[in-house]
Design a protein around this ligand. Structure first.
Ligand code: AHR
Length: 631
């Protein structure tokens, strides 16, 4: 029998609890949530025409050159120069990111920058092609003048295509220069131009996340410093954002031509907007003057760290500064005069050793001197048991760091065995951000899968995060998104193709925690002890003071049912019935998929309550959330 001491508040639940971690890995941004359909729209990939093909025959009619004007425009140096001999045509086709997802009846917005070569007359026909190459949408553009201009045209798709393409045919004589060739669906999240895929953002919004950590992950660091994430290059006019190779590109080395780049169409302004839209506190992570220590290990000399620190100070101004400040003015110009209310900032990701401490200390001094209220998130090593982790943990505690970012990617058994990890943690030191975690479970075919075993282990572990709300103030599963045809890392919380998306069992675990986080933690005990693995049961309890409900979470990690009776002390009475949400499967290997997106998903029903006792039988391999009104 379990006892809940509803009157004994142990801690307040942090408003930031249960957030999301976004990194452009697995085609999460370009080819994923960023709704641009054209790959290599500005010809800046290392191979300038990657993503574009010229169908046979078309080449004899005209010619395409990619011109580099690096000295005039270093952020967007290349454009396409198409030359047409008299009265001929030239066709080029963009393959999209593993194809383009097109929906029948939806409006698509095409645009490009173009200028005619002097004395030319050229018309552009834009065709959207389905998987078989049939035209399912069309429009035309007639550029005029020999200076760069933005041209736009919209059309409606007549059919759905999972792997559509965009065909451009230039007809006439002379020549035309073209750049930033773009196609977006009209229907994006909040119908914004340069927008995000609405179905993916909706899945994030449904989590009601407490924070949004961005933009990574290893891409913050870069394989070398030249390819680190630099937020200033991701804001302002989209056509002026300098593309770089994605740090995860090399994981596509098996492909003939690795094609993973960061266009930064989804840049820091858009991340802040996304956070605001879904009610999450923004948590940007910045490079601390160190590249990825798994790769080059390149660090900037300490006496050359100033520009990196200045980036951090300027970012705070970009997010929070008045519209008359330099960076606040840019935010206003981009359409958001109100501040973004930035309260936390991460310095470095998964860095370790004295080099990190040396650099972090300089960042911390400069930031705290100017912005004492900004809370800093520190980078810790990836393994909670390694020497590097311990060195950094000890050192940062001595430095009185604000928030330590712990990462764990481990087998399900580790998560079950570590559910009590924070029960005996130092209460006086920094707060904990469980910044990246996922149970890595192998499916029958040997691949790491988002199976029910992994999700159940995370649910069990998360009872310990929830129970220790006075220490653990933030947590996020990682990675967040993965394209089924473009991933390097599994498991991931949400999978998608060009048209569809689904939440994994792990997603529903996150959702149940985030949507039932309550406001204060109260103890649930068995024989006066925390319930963390006895008879394979894990438990935690919160009270939602706003709704006046008790919220009990129970995880049964065993394959046999477990009868439980939860006696609630410290309340006058409980309502005669409550709501029970069950997440379960008969098989630990079960997964959701594009075809069966909700094979494992929460089921809700009423549960009878007798007096002050809640009785139930927790099904084998299941996660229960019970909400009961306290009278
Ligand atoms: O989540 C994938 C990667 O795992 C992140 O980029 C990095 O921080 C961690 O090693």
């Amino acid at each position: 029998n379990f006892t809940v001491k509803a009157g004994e508040v142990k801690a307040s639940v942090s408003p930031n609890m249960w957030g999301i971690f976004f990194e452009d890995i697995n085609f999460s941004a370009d080819g994923g949530i960023y709704a641009e359909l054209v790959k290599n729209r500005s010809f800046e990939f290392s191979v300038p025409l990657m993503g574009w093909t010229v169908p046979e025959g078309a080449v004899s009619n005209g010619q395409i050159l990619v011109v580099n004007r690096q000295e005039d425009n270093s952020s967007n140096p290349r454009f396409a120069k198409i030359t047409l001999p008299a009265a001929r045509s030239f066709t080029m086709v963009n393959e999209g990111f593993r194809g383009m997802g097109i929906k029948a009846g939806e409006q698509y917005n095409f645009s490009l920058y173009a200028r005619l070569q002097p004395g030319s007359a050229v018309k552009l026909t834009v065709n959207l092609l389905d998987d078989a190459g049939k035209t399912i949408g069309t429009t035309t553009i007639s550029p005029a003048g020999d200076s760069w201009q933005l041209y736009k045209a919209s059309f409606t798709a007549a059919a759905t295509a999972a792997k559509g393409k965009l065909q451009l045919t230039f007809t006439g004589s002379g020549g035309i220069d073209a750049d930033m060739i773009s196609l977006f669906p009209q229907h994006t999240w909040k119908e914004r131009g340069n927008g995000l895929r609405a179905d993916l953002v909706q899945l994030l919004a449904d989590l009601h996340p407490g924070f949004l950590r961005f933009p990574g992950g290893c891409i913050v660091e870069g394989r070398d410093l030249a390819n680190r994430y630099q937020w200033k290059k991701t804001v302002g006019d989209v056509s002026e954002r300098e593309l770089i190779i994605n740090r995860w590109n090399t994981e596509f080395a098996h492909r003939a031509a690795p094609d993973y780049f960061q266009s930064f169409g989804l840049g820091f302004f858009e991340y802040f907007l996304l956070a605001e839209d879904i009610g999450a506190s923004p948590l940007p992570i910045l490079n601390c003057g160190m590249a990825c220590q798994y790769n080059s290990g390149e660090v900037v000399a300490v006496n050359e760290l100033d520009p990196y620190i200045q980036d951090a100070l300027d970012l705070i101004e970009f997010a929070n500064g008045g519209v008359t400040t330099k960076w606040g003015a840019l935010r206003a110009k981009m359409g958001h005069p109100a501040p973004f209310n930035l309260k936390m900032l991460g310095v470095g990701n998964e860095q370790w050793g004295p080099q990190y401490v040396e650099r972090y200390t300089l960042f911390a001094k400069a930031i705290k001197d100017k912005y004492p209220d900004i809370r800093l998130v520190n980078s810790l090593g990836p393994s909670p048991s390694g020497d590097k982790f311990n060195f950094l943990n000890d050192t940062l505690r001595k430095l009185q760091a604000d928030i330590l970012d712990e990462h764990y990617y481990s087998p399900p058994e580790w998560f079950l065995g570590n559910a009590a990890r924070y029960d005996a943690y130092d209460r006086k030191g920094p707060k904990i951000f469980a910044g990246e975690y996922a149970a890595h479970s192998r499916g029958t075919e040997g691949l790491q899968r988002n199976n029910w075993q992994s999700a159940l282990a995370e649910a069990a572990f998360m009872t310990g995060l929830e129970r220790n709300a006075d220490v653990v103030t933030m947590a996020s599963y990682a990675p967040l998104l993965a394209h089924v045809d473009g991933w390097q890392w599994a498991p991931d919380l949400i999978w998608f193709d060009n048209l569809r998306a689904y939440g994994t069992p792990n997603y529903y675990v996150q959702k149940l925690y985030a949507n039932n986080k309550g406001t204060v933690v109260v103890p649930i005990l068995k024989d006066y002890k925390v319930i963390s693995g006895q008879d394979s049961v894990y438990a935690s309890t919160v009270v939602d003071e706003k709704s006046g409900e008790l919220v009990i979470k129970l995880v049964n990690a065993a394959g046999t049912a477990q009868p439980v009776a939860v006696a609630v002390e410290g309340v006058k009475s409980l309502a005669a019935s409550g709501r029970l949400t069950i997440l379960r499967s008969n098989s630990l290997q079960a997964v959701n998929s594009l075809e069966q997106p909700v094979g494992i998903a929460p089921e809700e029903k009423n549960i009878a309550v007798k007096g002050k006792t809640v009785r139930t039988e927790i099904a084998p391999w299941s996660f229960y959330v019970i909400r009961v009104k306290i009278n």
